[in-house]
Design a protein around this ligand. Sequence first.
Ligand code: ZN
Length: 334
Amino acid sequence: MSEDNRYSRQALIPGWDQNKLDKSTVVLVGVGAIGSYVATILASSGIGKLVIIEFDTIELSNLNRQLLFRNEDLGKSKAETATRRLKEINPDIEIEVYDKKMEDVSAAVYEEADVIIGCLDTFIGRRWISSMSLRVKKPLILGGMFAFLGDVQVIIPDKTACFECQPLVPDEELAQACTPFGEERKKEREEEEEEAKLPAVATLSSIIGGIMAQESLKLILDLGEPLENYMFYDGLNNATTIIPLARTEDCPACGELYKLEQIEFVAHPTETIKDLMLRLALTYGLEKPDLMVGGKILDVEKSVENQLKEKSTAFILDKNLAKPIKIVVKIKKL
Ligand SMILES: [Zn+2]
Protein backbone atom coordinates (compact mmCIF):
# COMPACT_ATOMS: atom_id res chain seq x y z
CA MET A 1 0.00 0.00 0.00
CA SER A 2 1.49 3.35 -1.02
CA GLU A 3 2.28 5.88 1.71
CA ASP A 4 -0.08 8.53 0.40
CA ASN A 5 -3.06 6.19 0.47
CA ARG A 6 -6.01 7.93 2.11
CA TYR A 7 -6.53 5.03 4.49
CA SER A 8 -2.94 3.95 5.11
CA ARG A 9 -2.86 5.01 8.76
CA GLN A 10 -6.03 3.19 9.82
CA ALA A 11 -4.91 0.17 7.77
CA LEU A 12 -2.09 -0.19 10.32
CA ILE A 13 -4.66 -1.19 12.96
CA PRO A 14 -4.63 -4.97 13.49
CA GLY A 15 -7.81 -6.50 12.06
CA TRP A 16 -8.73 -3.42 10.01
CA ASP A 17 -10.20 -4.46 6.65
CA GLN A 18 -10.63 -1.47 4.34
CA ASN A 19 -12.19 -3.61 1.60
CA LYS A 20 -14.87 -4.76 3.98
CA LEU A 21 -15.59 -1.17 4.98
CA ASP A 22 -15.72 -0.22 1.31
CA LYS A 23 -18.43 -2.84 0.75
CA SER A 24 -20.50 -1.70 3.74
CA THR A 25 -23.57 0.47 4.02
CA VAL A 26 -24.63 2.61 6.96
CA VAL A 27 -28.09 4.15 7.15
CA LEU A 28 -27.87 7.37 9.16
CA VAL A 29 -31.14 8.82 10.40
CA GLY A 30 -30.62 12.45 11.36
CA VAL A 31 -27.66 14.52 10.25
CA GLY A 32 -27.90 17.31 12.82
CA ALA A 33 -25.47 17.73 15.71
CA ILE A 34 -24.44 14.15 16.48
CA GLY A 35 -25.17 13.00 12.94
CA SER A 36 -22.73 15.59 11.52
CA TYR A 37 -19.89 13.94 13.40
CA VAL A 38 -20.99 10.39 12.62
CA ALA A 39 -21.25 11.24 8.91
CA THR A 40 -17.89 13.04 8.81
CA ILE A 41 -16.09 10.16 10.52
CA LEU A 42 -17.69 7.47 8.36
CA ALA A 43 -17.07 9.43 5.15
CA SER A 44 -13.41 10.12 5.93
CA SER A 45 -12.90 6.51 7.05
CA GLY A 46 -14.11 5.29 3.66
CA ILE A 47 -17.49 3.70 4.31
CA GLY A 48 -18.69 2.31 0.97
CA LYS A 49 -22.16 3.78 1.09
CA LEU A 50 -23.78 6.25 3.43
CA VAL A 51 -27.55 6.62 3.31
CA ILE A 52 -28.70 9.87 4.90
CA ILE A 53 -32.30 10.31 6.02
CA GLU A 54 -33.07 13.86 7.13
CA PHE A 55 -35.85 16.29 6.23
CA ASP A 56 -34.81 19.33 8.23
CA THR A 57 -33.35 22.65 7.06
CA ILE A 58 -30.40 24.54 8.52
CA GLU A 59 -31.10 27.24 11.12
CA LEU A 60 -28.76 29.72 12.76
CA SER A 61 -29.10 28.03 16.16
CA ASN A 62 -27.79 24.77 14.62
CA LEU A 63 -24.39 26.23 13.80
CA ASN A 64 -22.85 26.03 17.29
CA ARG A 65 -22.66 22.24 17.03
CA GLN A 66 -23.67 20.96 13.60
CA LEU A 67 -20.20 21.25 12.18
CA LEU A 68 -21.00 20.15 8.63
CA PHE A 69 -22.91 23.41 8.12
CA ARG A 70 -21.84 27.01 7.61
CA ASN A 71 -23.36 30.45 7.69
CA GLU A 72 -23.96 30.44 3.93
CA ASP A 73 -26.07 27.28 4.30
CA LEU A 74 -28.89 28.87 6.34
CA GLY A 75 -32.29 27.77 5.06
CA LYS A 76 -30.86 24.97 2.91
CA SER A 77 -31.61 21.27 3.22
CA LYS A 78 -29.45 19.51 5.79
CA ALA A 79 -29.35 16.28 3.79
CA GLU A 80 -28.20 17.91 0.56
CA THR A 81 -25.72 20.28 2.20
CA ALA A 82 -24.25 17.43 4.25
CA THR A 83 -23.85 15.38 1.08
CA ARG A 84 -21.96 18.18 -0.65
CA ARG A 85 -19.59 18.67 2.30
CA LEU A 86 -19.01 14.94 2.75
CA LYS A 87 -18.17 14.61 -0.94
CA GLU A 88 -15.57 17.35 -0.47
CA ILE A 89 -14.03 15.31 2.32
CA ASN A 90 -14.13 12.05 0.39
CA PRO A 91 -15.37 11.90 -3.21
CA ASP A 92 -14.88 8.12 -3.32
CA ILE A 93 -17.83 7.18 -1.13
CA GLU A 94 -21.39 6.74 -2.35
CA ILE A 95 -24.04 8.86 -0.65
CA GLU A 96 -27.76 8.29 -1.02
CA VAL A 97 -30.11 10.93 0.34
CA TYR A 98 -33.71 10.76 1.52
CA ASP A 99 -34.87 14.30 2.23
CA LYS A 100 -37.97 13.04 4.04
CA LYS A 101 -39.20 11.59 7.30
CA MET A 102 -37.78 8.21 8.28
CA GLU A 103 -41.27 6.72 8.41
CA ASP A 104 -41.69 7.53 4.72
CA VAL A 105 -38.56 5.67 3.68
CA SER A 106 -39.13 2.11 2.51
CA ALA A 107 -38.06 -0.82 4.68
CA ALA A 108 -35.89 -2.02 1.80
CA VAL A 109 -33.59 0.96 2.41
CA TYR A 110 -33.10 -0.01 6.05
CA GLU A 111 -32.70 -3.63 5.07
CA GLU A 112 -29.72 -2.73 2.92
CA ALA A 113 -27.82 -1.42 5.96
CA ASP A 114 -25.03 -3.22 7.73
CA VAL A 115 -25.68 -0.84 10.60
CA ILE A 116 -28.48 1.67 11.22
CA ILE A 117 -27.60 4.77 13.20
CA GLY A 118 -30.35 6.84 14.80
CA CYS A 119 -29.54 10.36 15.96
CA LEU A 120 -33.01 11.14 17.25
CA ASP A 121 -34.03 13.17 20.25
CA THR A 122 -37.57 11.91 20.81
CA PHE A 123 -38.71 8.70 22.45
CA ILE A 124 -41.26 8.17 19.73
CA GLY A 125 -38.60 8.50 17.04
CA ARG A 126 -36.29 6.09 18.81
CA ARG A 127 -39.11 3.64 19.36
CA TRP A 128 -39.96 3.69 15.66
CA ILE A 129 -36.42 3.14 14.43
CA SER A 130 -35.94 0.40 17.03
CA SER A 131 -39.02 -1.37 15.61
CA MET A 132 -37.59 -1.01 12.13
CA SER A 133 -34.25 -2.45 13.20
CA LEU A 134 -36.09 -5.44 14.67
CA ARG A 135 -38.10 -5.79 11.49
CA VAL A 136 -35.12 -5.84 9.15
CA LYS A 137 -32.87 -7.52 11.75
CA LYS A 138 -30.04 -5.03 11.45
CA PRO A 139 -27.98 -3.63 14.33
CA LEU A 140 -29.04 -0.21 15.54
CA ILE A 141 -26.97 2.42 17.32
CA LEU A 142 -28.91 5.14 19.11
CA GLY A 143 -27.47 8.25 20.67
CA GLY A 144 -28.64 11.49 22.18
CA MET A 145 -27.50 14.43 24.24
CA PHE A 146 -28.74 17.05 26.67
CA ALA A 147 -26.30 19.80 27.64
CA PHE A 148 -23.24 17.95 28.99
CA LEU A 149 -25.07 14.62 29.30
CA GLY A 150 -25.21 12.01 26.58
CA ASP A 151 -26.18 8.41 25.95
CA VAL A 152 -25.43 5.68 23.44
CA GLN A 153 -27.26 2.39 23.00
CA VAL A 154 -26.30 -0.51 20.76
CA ILE A 155 -29.15 -2.84 19.84
CA ILE A 156 -28.49 -6.17 18.16
CA PRO A 157 -31.89 -7.67 17.23
CA ASP A 158 -32.67 -10.94 19.03
CA LYS A 159 -29.43 -10.69 21.00
CA THR A 160 -29.52 -7.57 23.15
CA ALA A 161 -32.24 -5.55 24.80
CA CYS A 162 -34.19 -3.49 22.27
CA PHE A 163 -35.35 0.06 22.96
CA GLU A 164 -38.53 -1.20 24.62
CA CYS A 165 -36.97 -3.99 26.67
CA GLN A 166 -35.23 -1.47 28.81
CA PRO A 167 -36.70 0.27 31.82
CA LEU A 168 -35.17 3.63 30.89
CA VAL A 169 -38.14 4.75 28.84
CA PRO A 170 -40.56 6.54 31.18
CA ASP A 171 -43.93 4.80 31.27
CA GLU A 172 -45.74 7.98 30.35
CA GLU A 173 -43.66 8.28 27.17
CA LEU A 174 -44.55 4.77 26.12
CA ALA A 175 -48.14 5.36 27.08
CA GLN A 176 -48.17 8.49 24.98
CA ALA A 177 -46.76 6.64 22.01
CA CYS A 178 -49.40 3.98 22.51
CA THR A 179 -52.35 6.33 22.73
CA PRO A 180 -54.81 4.70 20.40
CA PHE A 181 -56.88 6.07 17.59
CA GLY A 182 -56.88 8.92 15.13
CA GLU A 183 -56.79 12.61 15.79
CA GLU A 184 -55.59 12.57 19.36
CA ARG A 185 -52.55 10.55 18.40
CA LYS A 186 -51.91 12.65 15.31
CA LYS A 187 -51.91 15.84 17.32
CA GLU A 188 -49.49 14.43 19.89
CA ARG A 189 -47.28 13.20 17.12
CA GLU A 190 -47.08 16.62 15.51
CA GLU A 191 -46.24 18.26 18.83
CA GLU A 192 -43.58 15.65 19.42
CA GLU A 193 -41.99 16.35 16.08
CA GLU A 194 -41.59 20.07 16.64
CA GLU A 195 -37.95 20.70 17.30
CA ALA A 196 -37.35 20.66 21.01
CA LYS A 197 -35.23 23.60 22.19
CA LEU A 198 -32.83 21.56 24.26
CA PRO A 199 -29.51 22.81 25.63
CA ALA A 200 -26.75 21.57 23.34
CA VAL A 201 -22.99 22.01 23.02
CA ALA A 202 -20.58 20.83 20.31
CA THR A 203 -18.31 18.92 22.70
CA LEU A 204 -21.11 16.48 23.48
CA SER A 205 -22.12 16.00 19.87
CA SER A 206 -18.50 15.21 18.99
CA ILE A 207 -18.06 12.77 21.89
CA ILE A 208 -21.36 10.95 21.43
CA GLY A 209 -21.07 11.04 17.62
CA GLY A 210 -17.52 9.73 17.87
CA ILE A 211 -18.55 6.81 20.06
CA MET A 212 -21.49 5.99 17.77
CA ALA A 213 -19.30 6.05 14.66
CA GLN A 214 -16.73 3.93 16.47
CA GLU A 215 -19.36 1.35 17.49
CA SER A 216 -20.53 1.15 13.87
CA LEU A 217 -16.96 0.62 12.61
CA LYS A 218 -16.44 -2.08 15.28
CA LEU A 219 -19.61 -3.88 14.22
CA ILE A 220 -18.79 -3.69 10.51
CA LEU A 221 -15.16 -4.75 10.91
CA ASP A 222 -15.85 -7.19 13.75
CA LEU A 223 -13.32 -5.45 15.97
CA GLY A 224 -13.43 -5.69 19.77
CA GLU A 225 -16.69 -6.06 21.64
CA PRO A 226 -19.82 -4.03 20.93
CA LEU A 227 -21.03 -1.69 23.66
CA GLU A 228 -23.01 -3.85 26.08
CA ASN A 229 -25.38 -2.11 25.54
CA TYR A 230 -26.28 1.25 27.08
CA MET A 231 -23.82 3.96 28.00
CA PHE A 232 -24.48 7.12 29.92
CA TYR A 233 -21.93 9.92 29.76
CA ASP A 234 -21.68 12.91 32.10
CA GLY A 235 -19.24 15.40 30.62
CA LEU A 236 -19.12 17.76 33.60
CA ASN A 237 -17.90 14.97 35.87
CA ASN A 238 -16.13 12.90 33.20
CA ALA A 239 -18.17 9.93 34.30
CA THR A 240 -19.12 7.07 32.02
CA THR A 241 -21.64 4.53 33.20
CA ILE A 242 -22.22 1.33 31.25
CA ILE A 243 -25.51 -0.40 31.93
CA PRO A 244 -25.87 -3.91 30.46
CA LEU A 245 -29.60 -4.05 29.86
CA ALA A 246 -31.30 -7.43 29.90
CA ARG A 247 -33.88 -8.45 27.34
CA THR A 248 -37.35 -8.86 28.77
CA GLU A 249 -39.32 -11.93 27.82
CA ASP A 250 -42.56 -10.03 27.57
CA CYS A 251 -41.14 -7.07 25.66
CA PRO A 252 -43.88 -5.99 23.24
CA ALA A 253 -41.35 -5.44 20.48
CA CYS A 254 -38.89 -8.33 20.69
CA GLY A 255 -39.94 -10.62 23.55
CA GLU A 256 -40.20 -14.38 23.08
CA LEU A 257 -43.76 -14.31 24.39
CA TYR A 258 -44.57 -12.08 21.45
CA LYS A 259 -43.96 -14.86 19.00
CA LEU A 260 -47.40 -16.43 19.26
CA GLU A 261 -48.94 -18.86 16.92
CA GLN A 262 -50.15 -17.02 13.86
CA ILE A 263 -53.84 -16.32 13.76
CA GLU A 264 -55.56 -15.72 10.43
CA PHE A 265 -58.00 -12.83 10.39
CA VAL A 266 -60.20 -11.87 7.45
CA ALA A 267 -60.15 -8.24 6.30
CA HIS A 268 -62.32 -6.74 3.56
CA PRO A 269 -60.41 -4.59 1.02
CA THR A 270 -62.77 -1.61 1.06
CA GLU A 271 -63.45 -1.37 4.79
CA THR A 272 -61.50 1.13 6.88
CA ILE A 273 -58.92 0.07 9.43
CA LYS A 274 -61.31 1.48 12.04
CA ASP A 275 -64.00 -0.99 10.94
CA LEU A 276 -61.52 -3.84 10.95
CA MET A 277 -60.38 -2.87 14.41
CA LEU A 278 -63.93 -2.74 15.71
CA ARG A 279 -64.30 -6.37 14.66
CA LEU A 280 -60.95 -7.24 16.19
CA ALA A 281 -61.99 -5.49 19.41
CA LEU A 282 -65.22 -7.49 19.54
CA THR A 283 -63.49 -10.75 18.67
CA TYR A 284 -60.74 -10.44 21.23
CA GLY A 285 -62.55 -8.41 23.88
CA LEU A 286 -60.33 -5.38 23.58
CA GLU A 287 -60.89 -1.80 24.65
CA LYS A 288 -59.11 0.51 22.20
CA PRO A 289 -56.80 -1.55 20.02
CA ASP A 290 -54.16 -0.29 17.64
CA LEU A 291 -53.06 -2.21 14.59
CA MET A 292 -49.35 -2.23 13.87
CA VAL A 293 -47.65 -3.43 10.70
CA GLY A 294 -43.88 -3.29 10.34
CA GLY A 295 -43.41 -1.03 13.32
CA LYS A 296 -45.99 1.42 12.06
CA ILE A 297 -49.45 2.05 13.52
CA LEU A 298 -52.01 2.01 10.72
CA ASP A 299 -54.09 5.07 9.94
CA VAL A 300 -57.61 4.18 11.11
CA GLU A 301 -59.30 6.35 8.48
CA LYS A 302 -57.66 4.64 5.52
CA SER A 303 -58.89 1.51 3.84
CA VAL A 304 -57.62 -2.00 4.32
CA GLU A 305 -56.46 -2.27 0.69
CA ASN A 306 -54.52 0.95 1.14
CA GLN A 307 -52.45 -0.31 4.05
CA LEU A 308 -52.58 -4.09 4.18
CA LYS A 309 -51.64 -6.84 1.81
CA GLU A 310 -52.64 -10.47 1.63
CA LYS A 311 -50.67 -12.31 4.30
CA SER A 312 -49.50 -9.10 5.98
CA THR A 313 -48.45 -9.85 9.52
CA ALA A 314 -50.07 -7.40 11.91
CA PHE A 315 -49.92 -6.91 15.63
CA ILE A 316 -52.85 -5.87 17.74
CA LEU A 317 -51.86 -3.70 20.67
CA ASP A 318 -54.20 -2.93 23.51
CA LYS A 319 -53.68 -1.78 27.06
CA ASN A 320 -55.74 -4.77 28.17
CA LEU A 321 -53.35 -7.26 26.62
CA ALA A 322 -50.29 -8.39 28.54
CA LYS A 323 -48.82 -9.35 25.19
CA PRO A 324 -49.90 -8.31 21.71
CA ILE A 325 -51.79 -10.64 19.40
CA LYS A 326 -50.14 -11.49 16.12
CA ILE A 327 -52.41 -11.99 13.14
CA VAL A 328 -51.95 -12.83 9.50
CA VAL A 329 -54.28 -10.83 7.28
CA LYS A 330 -56.43 -12.65 4.78
CA ILE A 331 -57.96 -10.23 2.26
CA LYS A 332 -61.42 -11.29 1.17
CA LYS A 333 -64.02 -9.33 -0.79
CA LEU A 334 -67.44 -9.04 0.80
ZN1 ZN B 1 -37.35 -5.75 23.38
